[in-house]
Write a protein that binds this ligand. Structure first.
Ligand SMILES: NC(=O)c1ccc[n+]([C@@H]2O[C@H](COP(=O)([O-])OP(=O)(O)OC[C@H]3O[C@@H](n4cnc5c(N)ncnc54)[C@H](O)[C@@H]3O)[C@@H](O)[C@H]2O)c1
Ligand SMILES: CCCCC[C@H](O)/C=C/C=C\C=C\C=C\[C@@H](O)[C@@H](O)CCCC(=O)O
Length: 100
């Protein structure tokens, strides 16, 4: 699949699977908006990716996906900044393997 130039909005993108999806997509020429509730991890990931893939190709905003107003503001920011969102990756979530 050719993702070059496509815009991806990835929640929970500061670390783990969301970060890995973002890295793979950026390496293939996509543009990525990262959202995450963790501002420190998000800022670190943003700095790393902007250095490697270009400042204009990746953006980050800290927000909790359960806060609808913040979620909508971030999404509109991504649409305004990149011109559109092509693919939504609803990755943020909680997995409690320890209690299974
Ligand atoms: N890792 C696995 O083996 C596995 C398997 C099945 C499903 N999943 C699912 O995949 C997703 C990612 O898993 P992971 O292993 O990368 O987890 P992870 O904990 O490594 O990363 C999750 C990221 O989401 C962020 N996040 C958590 N709650 C948030 C919220 N309310 N709003 C915004 N950001 C939030 C965290 O800050 C973190 O950066 C989760 O939904 C998880 O349940 C993972
Ligand atoms: C060739 C043009 C390249 C332009 C690149 C441009 O810089 C890309 C920007 C991409 C996304 C920007 C998103 C910004 C989002 C924030 O404004 C938003 O999330 C803030 C929400 C604030 C709030 O109310 O919580």
């Amino acid at each position: 699949m050719d993702v070059s130039g496509k815009v991806f909005f990835i929640t929970g993108g500061a670390q783990g699977l969301g970060k890995a999806y973002a890295e793979a997509l950026l390496a293939k020429g996509a543009k990525v908006f990262l959202g995450d509730v963790d501002p420190k991890a998000g800022a670190e990931t943003l700095e790393d990716f902007q250095k490697r893939f270009g400042e204009q190709n990746v953006k980050f905003t800290a927000f909790d996906v359960t806060d609808l107003a913040k979620f909508e503001a971030a999404f509109q920011g991504a649409v305004s900044g990149f011109g559109r969102v092509d693919v939504m990756v609803n990755n943020a979530g909680i997995m409690n393997e320890g209690v299974w």
